[in-house]
Design a protein around this ligand. Sequence first.
Ligand SMILES: [Zn+2]
Length: 265
Amino acid sequence: MQLQRVGRIQYIDVEFPGAVCSVQGFTTRHEGVSRPPYNSLNLGMNTQDQQATVEGNRSLLARAFGIEQEALVTPRQIHGSDILVINELNEDYSHFLSVEGDAVITNQPRVMIGICVADCAPIVLCDPERAVIAVVHAGWKGTAAGLAAKTVAGMQSEFGCNPARIFAAIGPCIQKCCYEVDEPVRKAFVQGGITWDACTENKGSGKWQLDLAAANHELLQLAGLPGSSIELSDHCVCCHSEQFFSYRRDRDESGRQMGFIMLKG
Ligand SMILES: [Zn+2]
């Protein structure tokens, strides 16, 4: 993963083998049009930033990669585990913006699918053989619900993907250094079959430091992806205020960055 610039957009580029995608990566907060505290590339619809400004930022992102804003699809994220599947051509994709879901899978070219995050892990997936892509919003709830693994299973059942051939990248999220959690999170993870001791550091007094990316790495491997096919970002969004938004750091004054991916036309 490395920082790249396309047009105005500065983003962390991911390289997947197979070259079926025109782009995949994770945005930073740079070079958008939002004013402080949302400066500047705030892509999240559900913040207190001005709607028109967020639309402007989404349009900047879409146009940097040669598509209209109507072809940028992000679902209404609710920290649930529903998956939006787009398996046919649409004239206009904007109606999907009101569909609730925390992951998207598609085989449609030139539709940019994205997930907006502040601390949660954005995950992008690609099966170069079947030309199928996905994005996942993995906060602690989505992680405990096994959403990353469910999305891989969805790629398998809807499009015949072989998990052993799927590549994944887990983008910048809040890291273990800044992510203290307590008993309800532990309970949910254990119920979800995640190895708690492997993704946490015990701080005592019922507190743990959680490594969200490591938990999702385990889920993806359980779903059948080879460990060598999963890339992890080591950027902590909470530590790096110059580069990323973080909800835990800035609360309601936090914008959203995006994990995004698009198949070639
Ligand atoms: Zn940190």
